[in-house]
Ligand binder design. Structure first.
Ligand SMILES: Nc1ncnc2c1ncn2[C@@H]1O[C@H](COP(=O)(O)OP(=O)(O)O)[C@@H](O)[C@H]1O
Ligand SMILES: [Mg+2]
Ligand SMILES: [Zn+2]
Length: 328
């Protein structure tokens, strides 16, 4: 699992709150039931006293612990039976005095026998999706609402047909997202503005995060934000590398709109280092950009550009600005 520390912290908080609230509710309910049925309260105090009695009998009267335990168990069992009968007579369920946890498996602790519970993973996934939405406004983008009819269909059955071409990219992206692993290739989506690059990259991000059999940490950032995060960290001289780690260590990094960041020696070097390090560590990256191959080569170091162009899977988006088509 490689979610951000914020996701883990939020998931932990949510489970703690669930647990506390189940316990609070149980206390309130217990008070109501005791007030209404004092006989049940009496049995419960009998049961809790018996534990205290055990130590008294063992310590003071020096009696054999096994025989006392046997006696006591029999008494407790009978008290529990009486309690269950009473509850059922009052139309209450046998566990109505216990906290009703959301997850019966781990009682909302997030772990069972030292193993992470499915409910904890589920909360992590949903927090990771929330984080993605907050950083990208991704809620509006999914594979489901990616409409291929926005791309002209000229009848050709090869790559000269925009619709055909985009259909292939769409299929590639769905397949990529569903089978994503650290062995997946990096991708560069190139093309003019408004062709669906951000839309498809966010659709991939969502699908990868939603994979129930894995726990991939996905970070999305517009190039501009990414470099300003790195710049701020670098020039604060705080010695912290948390931002840098977030971008280098996540399982899938999406750099949106590469080239839109303000160019400087620092930003081009930072992006180059990030891209190189992720390739070296075999962590997939998806870049979307309006830059042409020529512009990419001019803007970043030759080494960076040639690695992107040589090692990333290249998708060359075609068509007309969909923002414009939608508003027509
Ligand atoms: N094939 C599509 N079907 C439906 N909406 C789309 C499609 N492609 C893009 N859009 C929408 O059009 C707008 C521009 O797309 P976007 O992905 O931001 O383009 P790009 O990143 O290539 O500039 C967004 O609101 C996006 O959701
Ligand atoms: Mg975009
Ligand atoms: Zn659980």
């Amino acid at each position: 699992m490689a979610y951000s520390s914020e996701v883990y912290a939020a998931a932990k908080r949510i489970l703690e709150e669930r647990r506390r609230s189940a316990q609070r509710l149980a206390e309130l309910k217990k008070a109501d039931i005791y007030a209404e049925f004092p006989e049940i309260k009496a049995i419960d105090s009998e049961l809790s006293k018996s534990m205290a009695n055990l130590s008294v009998l063992v310590l003071r009267e020096n009696r054999d612990i096994d025989s006392i335990l046997g006696e006591m168990n029999a008494q407790n069992e009978s008290a529990k039976r009486r309690k269950a009968e009473l509850l059922s007579k009052k139309g209450l369920s046998p566990d109505c005095l216990e906290p009703q946890y959301t997850c019966k498996n781990c009682s909302d602790t997030g772990r069972k026998n030292g193993i992470l519970c499915g409910c904890y993973k589920k909360v992590c996934r949903s927090e990771a999706l929330k984080e993605l939405d907050a950083s990208s406004g991704s809620a509006a983008c999914s594979f489901d609402n990616f409409d291929l009819s926005f791309y002209a269909d000229n009848g050709a059955s090869d790559g000269t047909n925009p619709c055909r071409k985009m259909q292939n990219y769409y299929n590639f992206c769905i397949n990529y997202a569903n089978s994503f692993s650290l062995a997946s290739p990096s991708i560069i989506m190139m093309g003019k503005t408004g062709l669906g690059k951000t839309h498809l990259s966010l659709s991939i991000a969502k699908t990868v995060i939603s994979n129930e059999n894995a726990a991939f940490g996905v970070v999305y950032a517009p190039a501009q934000k990414l470099v300003s995060d790195l710049e701020r960290e670098h020039f604060s001289f705080s010695g912290s590398d948390a931002q840098m780690r977030k971008y280098t260590d996540c399982d899938l990094l999406i750099i949106d709109d590469l080239g839109a960041e303000f160019p400087s020696q620092f930003t081009t070097a930072a992006i180059g280092n990030l891209i190189n390090e992720r390739l070296y560590e075999k962590r997939p990256t998806i870049i979307s950009t309006n830059l042409s191959v020529k512009e990419l080569t001019e803007r970043y170091s030759e080494r960076t550009a040639s690695r992107i162009l040589g090692e990333y899977k290249r998708l060359l988006f075609v068509g007309e600005d969909i923002r414009f088509l939608k508003n027509r």
